[in-house]
Design a protein around this ligand. Structure first.
Ligand code: GLU
Length: 295
């Protein structure tokens, strides 16, 4: 695999949503995140993406922290004893005042409108702008969209996939930033967090590639002048082609632990599934950087 090397000393994040337990798909992402950080002197922040208050559960958060601890993957500057609290583990639910302030700043510039369309009313995945020119009373719903007009498509260079070009207006239209239940959306929360937490390299699966153009446009509207570098890695599936999912018991980290697998065995299997190792030989957390040295 050929990769463009990231800038040494980068700052990235591991950002699971506590809406379920960790599975091998997360472990593959973790191998990329911590492996590249080891190889290129990068720093890893842990961000619990609990923006969807209806779906997040405290027990999942505890389970995610337990599994990371067990794997030996701790955020930069933390130890296994300290990483659950304080600056090493950021929670989106603690950031709502920042999201409010950022939305208010966009609103003051006329870039925000209230949207009362339900998901069922929007037939296409591209929002047609129905509420953009209608004076929907702000009190009628917490749902807000940000105007995504731009003069050109967003171009960026993915460290693995090369040059990409995405036009948010034809991909998604004006972006929903807060939904009808009052939840901040993933797209808005992640852009504010990446900006405010100084993230300059985003390492995530290819399923999120389509989100990058809209996130960059939103970041520009929020005043970010240098976009982060991005690397989207392959998603993994079972050897028989089935997609790994949280419901598949055989890929859950808790199940693998209960079956007696060691942390190094789980990381080695993840590296192999992710196409980073020829065989599923055990790899301890401290050696993940070897997978990327010379990349
Ligand atoms: N929270 C997202 C997930 O669990 C990751 C978001 C991101 O890396 O931008 O898939």
């Amino acid at each position: 695999m050929t990769l463009q090397a990231p800038r040494a000393g980068f700052r990235t994040r591991f950002a699971p949503a506590p809406t379920g337990h960790l599975h091998l798909g997360h472990a593959v992402n973790a191998v990329w995140v911590w492996g590249l950080a080891q190889a290129f002197d990068g720093r890893v922040l842990l961000r619990l993406e609990d923006h969807d208050r209806g779906r997040c559960r405290a027990e999942y958060e505890t389970s995610i922290l337990d599994d990371l601890d067990w794997l030996g993957l701790v955020p930069d500057g933390a130890t296994t004893a300290t990483f659950r609290t304080g600056p090493h583990a950021q929670r989106q639910s603690d950031n709502t005042a920042r999201y409010d302030a950022r939305l208010a700043a966009l609103d003051a510039r006329g870039l925000v409108y209230t949207c009362r369309c339900s998901r069922a009313e929007i037939a296409s995945s591209v929002y047609p702008g129905t509420c953009r020119h209608t004076a929907v009373p702000a009190e009628s719903t917490p749902a807000r969209r940000v105007i995504m007009d731009g003069t050109a498509a967003e171009s960026f260079d993915d460290l693995r996939l090369g040059t990409q070009s995405q036009d948010p207006m034809t991909q998604c239209g004006d972006l929903l930033v807060r939904d009808r239940a009052g939840n901040w959306t993933y797209q808005f929360a992640v852009v504010v967090d990446d900006l405010e937490q100084g993230i300059d390299l985003i390492i995530r699966g290819e399923d999120l590639l389509d989100s990058t153009g809209r996130q960059f446009r939103l970041a520009q509207l929020l005043g970010r002048d240098t976009m982060p570098s991005v690397l989207h890695h392959p998603l993994v599936s079972h050897p028989d082609g089935r997609k790994l999912s949280k419901s598949a018991g055989d890929t859950g980290l808790r199940e693998l632990r209960a079956a007696g697998r060691s942390p190094a065995e789980v990381l080695g299997r993840a590296a192999h599934l992710g196409g980073l190792a020829d065989s599923p030989r055990p790899i301890p957390a401290s050696a993940l950087g070897d997978l990327f040295r010379g990349a």
